[in-house]
Design a protein around this ligand. Structure first.
Ligand code: URA
Length: 287
């Protein structure tokens, strides 16, 4: 009865799920009196018998310094570390007391790591600054760097569909609102993986964003977002399916939309993760 994938879906959510590639196989409530009388049935496509860890792709762990970065940033009042390496152009300011405008300006002006030299735009975040939901991705790609907005490429389209499937919209405020941010605010050249010192350096900005949004739920997408927030080397396949916490905020882990574009068979698992997040945010008991 408490299966996290059991909740009502309207026609729009069904459309979005179909676009995600998640097959919805139970009847519409209006065409089934039985459905109206009983809880919605799990929408997720065929579960396999193998444990998630066996199904999940192997993801290698980031360096320890990056895994610890979010916790260190949170514990140190979100004072950004000064990075000493040849590419560092200047220190990050203290951000723990900044409001939204000052924080965004600090990001725009940031020269604390080498990424500032190759970026076209910083990518701060988008959405309802008081949203109950926060989605955290990894780093801007080429399109995001050009436009200064997170998740505007193909992965962003999939993300928008995933969010719409659970009634969220990056342009909405109120109950449908969501705030979207990345772990890194600048694009790694050539879309390479973030380096540990870049994650360390940028972490205080994200910590402050979480403090300002005060979300009821965080959905962490992808290896670097997940492992930085949760300080763990566990692969996503082992972390998903249960609720974690960051600074007291529940965190649900899932695959990155770009990964899902390459591995569409895992979209059903991502849907199950979103359902767990909905259930957690709504304060429903665990399945
Ligand atoms: N991938 C991310 O993690 N973030 C973006 O903004 C775009 C792609």
């Amino acid at each position: 009865m408490n299966d996290p994938t059991r909740f009502e879906l309207d026609a729009r959510a069904r459309e979005m799920l179909e676009e995600m590639g998640v097959r919805v196989w139970w009847p519409l409530p209006e065409v089934s009196t039985a459905a109206a009388a009983t809880p919605a049935v799990a929408p997720v496509q065929p579960a396999t018998d193998a444990p998630a860890a066996q199904q999940a792709p192997a993801l290698s762990a980031p360096p320890v310094s990056s895994r610890a970065s979010m916790a260190r940033a949170a514990q140190s009042e979100a004072v950004a570390p000064v990075v000493s390496n040849a590419q560092t152009a200047g220190p990050v300011p203290q951000v723990s007391s900044l409001d939204w405008a000052a924080l965004e300006l600090a990001v725009q002006q940031c020269q604390a790591c080498g990424l500032c030299h190759s970026r076209k735009h910083t990518v701060f975040g988008v959405g309802d600054e008081q949203a109950k939901w926060m989605v955290i991705g990894e780093a801007p790609g080429e399109n995001e760097d050009l436009q200064g907005q997170p998740f505007v490429g193909q992965a962003g389209k999939l993300l928008d569909n995933m969010l719409r499937a659970i009634g969220l919209d990056r342009q909405a405020t109120g109950p449908s609102g969501v705030y979207i941010a990345n772990t890194l605010k600048c694009r790694p050249p050539g879309n390479r993986n973030p380096e540990s010192h870049e994650l360390d350096t940028c972490a205080p900005y994200l910590v402050r964003q979480v403090q300002l949004v005060k979300p009821q739920i965080i959905v962490a997408m992808g290896r670097f977002a997940v492992q930085s927030l949760l300080q763990t080397t566990e692969p996503i396949g082992k972390l998903r399916g249960r609720v974690h916490h960051f600074q007291g905020v529940p965190v649900v882990v899932t695959y990155h939309p770009a990964y899902l574009l390459r591995n569409p068979a895992d979209k059903a698992k991502a849907w199950a993760d979103l359902c767990l997040a909905v259930q957690t945010q709504q304060g429903l008991p665990a399945a």
